[in-house]
Ligand binder design. Structure first.
Ligand SMILES: [Mg+2]
Ligand SMILES: [Zn+2]
Length: 190
């Protein structure tokens, strides 16, 4: 597959859906009020929309991968009801200090490492260097830097306090209030 498509890599918790701590039950999934409009606007442009999420709660034994999958099915159903679609869902279940042995590892997919983006790029034919990353933590911006994408920080979720805790040497391409503002910025930047 050629790698010519552009994509938007979107963080899940605190960016697409409300940050609720470790999301261990599907009943706790709540899209932000603008999330459907934001994703639908991206769908119309032909950009690939990819979810990339750290779910260390799996490694910590707080919930299973089946719960993560169930949450993603719920998100897909909520989006679908509004005519919006995420093209693919990727997550990292690992953590070096995890309790569950097979997930307790240093991996290449826990953001800000680039493994999830590389997998998506391969499977969906995306060129990360022509793409965007949106998230509520500096690690999402660091991921953007790692893959040569443009990185946007949103002020939802942890983004409320992240803005004042910028790590040295990390610069966002934009800091915006929420996902719909991020999408507006992306559409103007294309
Ligand atoms: Mg987040
Ligand atoms: Zn991982």
């Amino acid at each position: 597959m050629n790698s010519s498509a552009r994509g938007v890599f979107i963080d899940r918790d605190g960016t697409l859906i409300e940050e609720v701590g470790y999301l261990d039950r599907v009943e706790r999934v709540a899209l932000y009020p603008w999330s459907i409009d934001a994703i639908r606007a991206l769908n119309r442009t032909g950009l690939r929309v990819v979810l990339v999420s750290n779910q260390s709660g799996v490694a910590r034994g707080f919930f299973t991968e089946a719960v993560v999958e169930e949450v993603h099915h719920r998100i897909a159903a909520l989006l679908d009801a509004g005519g919006a679609r995420i093209d693919a869902y990727y997550y990292c279940p690992h953590h070096p200090d995890g309790k569950i042995e097979r997930y307790a590892q240093r991996c290449d997919c826990r953001k800000p490492s680039r493994g999830l983006v590389d997998r998506a790029a391969r499977e969906l034919g995306i060129d990360p260097a022509r793409s965007f990353v949106v998230g509520d933590r500096w690690l999402d911006v660091q991921l953007a830097r790692a893959v040569g994408a443009q990185g946007l920080l949103v002020r939802t979720g942890y983004g409320v306090t992240e803005e004042s805790k910028r790590p040295a040497g990390v610069e966002a391409d934009a800091i915006v209030n929420n996902l719909i503002e991020a999408v507006s910025w992306i559409l103007l930047a294309m």
